[in-house]
Design a protein around this ligand. Structure first.
Ligand SMILES: Cc1cc2nc3c(=O)[nH]c(=O)nc-3n(C[C@H](O)[C@H](O)[C@H](O)COP(=O)(O)OP(=O)(O)OC[C@H]3O[C@@H](n4cnc5c(N)ncnc54)[C@H](O)[C@@H]3O)c2cc1C
Length: 119
């Protein structure tokens, strides 16, 4: 965090629970300047108000940039099968029927039920 505010590349990183692991990058260069600037200003205010929160032990992790599928694979409302390809069940996020963990799980559950009923 301190390197982010000082616009430096971190030579080492604190441990992280993020399973794929982290690589050191200049996050200030990945973000648009107006976002970097406001985050840095905010963190400097933290430094004054809560000094222990301003620490090299905190990681600044780059933003989550993926968004839900902008397209939807068509499927029949009753059978949940693709409107043309029988046996194909477009489901959850990539198919355009969910936007998060719970909606993807529920859509998967509904499709699985439909397949079970059919067979
Ligand atoms: C960084 C990040 C953070 C997120 N945070 C949140 C959050 O906090 N809250 C929230 O609600 N949602 C969050 N989401 C969104 C959520 O993870 C997804 O909406 C959800 O996991 C979609 O589930 P899914 O089953 O549709 O797809 P996935 O979970 O992507 O499952 C698709 C599966 O298909 C497999 N697969 C792909 N191609 C093939 C193939 N050819 N053959 C066989 N298998 C294949 C993949 O290996 C994968 O297991 C986040 C997403 C990301 C990327």
């Amino acid at each position: 965090m301190t390197d982010f505010v000082e616009r430096r590349l971190s030579s080492t990183l604190p441990d992280s629970s993020y399973i794929p692991g982290l690589l050191s990058r200049r996050v200030d260069e990945l973000l648009p300047e107006f976002i970097t600037k406001h985050l840095q200003e905010g963190l400097k205010i933290f430094k004054k108000k809560m000094p222990t929160y301003y620490t090299a032990e905190a990681n600044v992790v780059a933003v989550e940039s993926r968004t839900s599928a902008p397209v939807r694979i068509p499927r029949d409302k009753v059978t949940y099968q693709h409107v043309v390809i029988k046996g194909l069940y477009p489901c959850a996020e990539g198919a355009g029927y969910a936007g998060g963990i719970v909606s993807a799980a529920l859509d998967g559950q509904n499709v699985a039920k439909r397949i079970t009923i059919k067979n």
